[in-house]
Design a protein around this ligand. Sequence first.
Ligand SMILES: Cc1cc2nc3c(=O)[nH]c(=O)nc-3n(C[C@H](O)[C@H](O)[C@H](O)COP(=O)(O)OP(=O)(O)OC[C@H]3O[C@@H](n4cnc5c(N)ncnc54)[C@H](O)[C@@H]3O)c2cc1C
Ligand code: SF4
Ligand code: SF4
Length: 405
Amino acid sequence: MSGSPALDRVARGQLCTGCGLCATIAGNVAMAMVPPGYLRPVVSGPVTPAEDAAIAAACPALVVDESDRAAAPASDPIWGPSFFTGTGFTTDTALRHQASSGGVLSGLLVHALAEGLIDFVVQTSADAEVPTANRTGASADRDAVFAAAGSRYAPSSPLADLETWLARGQRFAFVGKPCDVTALRARARHDPRIAAQVPLMLAFFCAGIPSAAGTDRILKRLGVDKGDLASFRYRGDGWPGFATATRRDGSAERMSYADSWGDILSKEVQFRCKICPDAIGNVADIACADAWYGDERGYPSFDEQDGRSLVIARTPAGKALLDAAIAAGRIEATPLAVREIDRMQPAQARRKRQILSRLMALAVAGRPLPRYRGLDLWAAARQERLGEQARSFAGLVRRLLQGRA
Ligand SMILES: Cc1cc2nc3c(=O)[nH]c(=O)nc-3n(C[C@H](O)[C@H](O)[C@H](O)COP(=O)(O)OP(=O)(O)OC[C@H]3O[C@@H](n4cnc5c(N)ncnc54)[C@H](O)[C@@H]3O)c2cc1C
Ligand code: SF4
Ligand code: SF4
């Protein structure tokens, strides 16, 4: 027992996303790497009842409540609210190449900094000491945003130092996984500094956070000693780019995205991600993703090409930022019909359709249930074939009862 009923419930259900919010709320909670390589809260002393209540109200492992989401001109049960849906890229060609897909997230951040909309960006990049791991820091100019561009398929806790960023008394943009943004929005209901100081919250579509053990498997397959690493990138430097391990002597080994994500990292994803009801940033101002082109069989193609992002503006603030960045010539974007996303992101669509059946599996197995509200879960479930729902339900019950989930 940790002394925090909220954190005990999270641990019992293996529901933690690793966002780090509890560590900023409670003085005696810190994030630490636990086997097989996930960031989890570790309690070192008493958690007060007020701290516990604050965690219970905003921790995305326990509650994802989007019922107070502002109405948007378009909303889809699978793809969420939209003030604009399109594909695009940053016109900064070096940044586009460095970034994960089309560099729209980074391009928008550069625009917001250049125009003085914010003073800095809180974002996640490679840890200088452990190149495979992440650290969250503040970027105040284009070069810092450039250095942090690219997806890092490893645990991050971008909210763990929220208090430090707020204490600066300046305005900042926040970039994180959808669950990080959900937690930040939920915390904002109780902390007015967040609405005043964080005018922009950006997210990317998220298939899940793999354990650090996944990265170790990549290194092993590449034949690179972890102690010999000078840098490690998960992708980017092209689209989708390669997982690249560079040794101290400058030599490098690399692995395709299809192999690194498809064969290794996707198999190391933490449990909470399998029941994630919003992995597409419904409550972010802007959510970006890979705007994959379908191959001849209708599956996303991972052939190398110029990066292209899917971009969804989800709030008036997000739409205003995107419009301004387009007008300033920093972003190019073309509208896209929402059903086109089905072909770009089939795994995201399937997970959303199957969330209800997976929650039922948790209930049957006697596991703690998170509270999900305002997420269109019934409407999404109705789009799934009954046989698929049954398979998803039975598969998860079996894995839970066998202790394999
Ligand atoms: C774990 C993970 C899972 C993903 N799953 C999907 C998916 O299922 N479908 C999909 O289309 N796209 C997914 N992406 C997102 C995708 O890789 C791109 O981020 C997206 O296409 C936007 O690209 P961009 O070029 O605009 O981003 P960039 O301009 O490259 O910016 C990326 C931003 O993400 C931040 N970031 C990178 N890694 C992390 C991290 N671990 N934690 C917090 N912040 C981070 C960076 O600081 C940067 O601000 C995932 C990314 C990650 C990290
Ligand atoms: S999900 Fe976030 S707030 Fe909840 S226990 Fe995990 S790190 Fe803490
Ligand atoms: S899949 Fe969901 S819970 Fe998992 S890291 Fe992504 S947004 Fe968070």
